[in-house]
Design a protein around this ligand. Sequence first.
Ligand code: SF4
Ligand code: SF4
Length: 436
Amino acid sequence: MSDFYTPQLDPLHPTRHLKVLDTPFGPRSVYDSVSFCNRCGSCQQACPTYLLTAQETFSPRGRNQLVRLIAEGKLKLANNRALAEQALNTCLLCGRCTQACAGKIPTAEHMLELRRALRSQPLPRLLFKLLSCRTSHPHTFARLVRTGLWLRRIGLLRAARACGLTHLPGLNWLNHADDILPAYPARADRDAWREARVNPPADPTLLYLPSLEAEFFMPSLALAVLTWIRQKHRPLVLANVSSGLFAYVYGDLRQSRRQLRRLILRHGAVQNGTLPLLTDSVDVYLFLRRAPQLFAAWPHWQKKAQQFARHVVFVTDFLSAKAISADKSARVRLDCGALFAREGAPFDQARKILKTHFKKNFVECLYKDADVPAFGYNFVRGNLGEKICMSAVQSIARTQTGTVFTLSGLSALELNFYLKRFYPQAQADHFARLNG
Ligand code: SF4
Ligand code: SF4
């Protein structure tokens, strides 16, 4: 097998990079993959950052050319680092360009590879440290988050905002976190969620990996998921376990591999790895399904990852239109925002269920309709992120939609913040909470 790695990007650290990218046309190196971009521009009108800025640097074509020129050594990073970082860190990693491209060029993956080569860190340092701590010290992380939520509940965060403390350098993200996070969960929800975690079934038939938001901020989402799956399964909750997605997008690929290995072993330890592993975040689902591409240089682990990925399922697999009791006369739509892709099984299943239940009241999203950026974007790209969210709100208002369903809890929180301010007639909720 030829060496798929693109040494030009980062000659000294091959393990910090993907050896191959899984593309619909088979495995390719990053360099091969960007070389397949023929600069046709069919993706330009699908890219939210290009639509807002009309600048080539913010387009998929421009971003791919940047990676190619750097890989070929024609563009010296030392002289163009600021330009490269701007192009990289403004990419939403949304995969809309891949959907529009005939060659299915995975631009989002190219952006991540270049970020890793540049050691570019788009998140504020403190936020990055806090979220990284979930992997290295999960108990400390849980304590810190709960303490933070409690301080917010007693009004300390509001006071800090009023004094301007959260405008100090590196603390701005606290404002956004305060804006989008829901109110402190009700005691009944907290107790029910604790009960689900501390009393595992003796013979589980499914593993549930709750997303960060379901675990800490939206126990009502985790409980709604459990209500659906308990109709057929005895779920074992994998509490406070990191999927590796955060390190994949914002950190070190080696750390992401370590977390994935741990998760694969944990999955394999229950019923010989034959149980489905369920997640409530479409971003985590898409990442775990593509886990094998992280282990291309380790055939033994790649085989395990392939077996593991086949067992990863999403909540849409457990819902059916017949079980929905929501009011059929409401106009609803589906937000397709996700990392890496906005097509495939979860989107198709969710669309089918919504269409069957709501019939003509299901608003089909147009190809150009905006979706909410995935996790982390609005913490750092305030202005651009806000404009993208506003485009989504405008399209919701244009179609007079009442409820927008998302496949990720964080997208629902983010969208709700903008809807409350600019179109309060509508609200966003996770798809798993269809029945309220
Ligand atoms: S990414 Fe695809 S659609 Fe976009 S310019 Fe390249 S080949 Fe054309
Ligand atoms: S992943 Fe999204 S933001 Fe990035 S280039 Fe593609 S369409 Fe544009």
